[in-house]
Design a protein around this ligand. Structure first.
Ligand code: GDP
Length: 407
């Protein structure tokens, strides 16, 4: 729809007589219609608004992260790995040490900090991110930035560091899973870096040694903005780039299952006020139809705090089973998403992704664990867990992570 809307009427009719949309590669489309100047959505945004949209990589989105392995041979590259703090560790690319080697400078950027309460302890979060990254196969992190691309928080500081550590010859590559906010980060760089009233242009350039054409931001931009030019190297002629790489689809992310309409009510856009409940044994807490925790065995109530845009619902385990059975046969329940319609009759059934999880803690002391539903939010469980056992459900059982050290 977006693509069609941007086209002049007569051209639209010629190209899509039935009103049908087929995405043509941008270069093809531009070549074909050079004189009529039709652009697909992403090219239109690049050319006229100098803005990157998340469908920029529509054609090259992949679940195969080996697409990034060309970076292993690039010994003059600096890597900026972007993760979503709201969906961590789910949004981290695993085994990056193996994929791109351990010889590169790697800056970790945790985005969407605006969704967290503003009294969070940044030092503790950074330590926690560092430990988790190590566990998931990323060891040589040279710096960690907690940013909000949307609000431009710490984006200038990040750019300054990138500018300082590169020797003047190094390209910088942004890598990350889809939906972590890479496009938003590039746009934030563009917003922050107006030099003499002139905005730098995003361009599409091929990377030597790969078949990918990647978006590039000339790194002169960083130099001009911050005046950092460590080796006195003159960039303009042989200018190096900040390259965006194709987002790696996060197969484990629950939001991949959602329609546009459902995404609008699910993806958090601003700070989420946590809601707290007491969950007693025999009860279930639903995160609409995308997450469910059953308190199967235990004595004391669990303090349950929900960090999600979706509404929590508490009911008995027996009633929860009935609701899940209804959803499994495509009946609309009060839990939304999923929203069933004539277009969408089926949705992956809720199943137990984690069974009989014993919430171990130090006897007699308060412990906290976070159950993360990838991309949707998390439920923090607190209490004396001497004998508490839970089951955790999600559609197809995907996207569940348990964090021992809560955020
Ligand atoms: P990409 O797939 O990595 O390019 O991700 P996008 O830049 O398209 O962002 C994915 C979603 O996250 C969009 O709905 C953005 O509005 C949202 N988003 C990106 N950055 C931020 C941020 O800093 N804060 C918040 N709250 N949302 C963000």
């Amino acid at each position: 729809e977006k693509i069609i809307r941007l086209m002049p009427d007569d051209v639209r009719k010629k190209l899509y007589p039935e009103g049908e949309i087929t995405h043509t590669s941008s270069s093809e489309l531009m070549e074909k219609q050079k004189d009529e100047r039709i652009f697909c959505h992403r090219c239109y945004n690049l050319l006229y608004y100098n803005r990157v949209t998340s469908d920029t990589w529509q054609e090259s989105l992949t679940t195969d992260k080996s697409i990034l392995s060309f970076l292993k041979k690039k010994d003059d590259a600096i890597i900026v790995t972007v993760v979503d703090i709201f969906d961590f560790p789910g949004s981290l690319l695993e085994d990056l040490d193996i994929l791109i080697g351990t010889d590169k400078q790697n800056i970790l950027v945790a985005n969407k900090m605006d969704l967290l309460p503003n009294d969070v302890n940044e030092t503790r979060i950074k330590r926690w991110l560092y430990e988790k990254c190590k566990k998931f196969g990323l060891t040589n992190i040279s710096d960690i930035f907690l940013i909000s691309a949307k609000k431009n928080w710490k984006v200038q500081e990040l750019a300054q560091t990138m500018s300082t550590i590169r020797s003047g010859f190094d390209d910088i590559y942004l890598i990350g899973k889809t939906n972590v906010g890479k496009s938003e980060l590039i746009n934030s760089f563009l917003r922050c870096m107006v030099v003499d009233g002139w905005r730098h242009k995003v361009t599409s350039s091929p990377i030597p040694g790969t078949t990918m054409g990647m978006l590039g931001l000339p790194l002169t931009l960083f130099k001009e903005t911050f005046g950092v030019n460590p080796k006195g190297f003159h960039f303009p002629q042989t200018c190096r780039h900040l390259f965006d790489t194709p987002g790696i689809i996060n197969e484990n992310q629950l939001i991949n299952l959602l329609t546009e309409e459902e995404l609008k009510i699910t993806i958090p856009q601003k700070y989420i006020k946590p809601l707290t409940f007491a969950l007693t044994p025999g009860k279930t807490i639903f995160l609409e139809g995308l997450g469910r925790i059953d308190y199967v065995e235990g004595q004391k109530p669990i303090r349950t705090t929900v960090f999600s845009r979706l509404k929590p619902h508490i009911t008995s385990i027996r009633r929860a089973d009935e609701i899940c059975q209804s959803m499994a046969v495509g009946d609309q329940t009060f839990l939304q998403p999923p929203i069933f319609s004539s277009k969408r009759k089926e949705f992956p059934a809720m199943i137990k992704g984690v069974k009989k999880y014993a919430m171990k803690g130090i006897p007699g002391t308060m412990s906290i664990k976070d159950v993360v539903f990838s991309g949707v939010g998390w439920i923090s469980l607190g209490g004396m867990f001497d004998k508490a056992v839970i089951d955790i459900w999600s559609p197809n059982g995907i996207g569940i992570y348990i964090r021992d050290k809560p955020l």
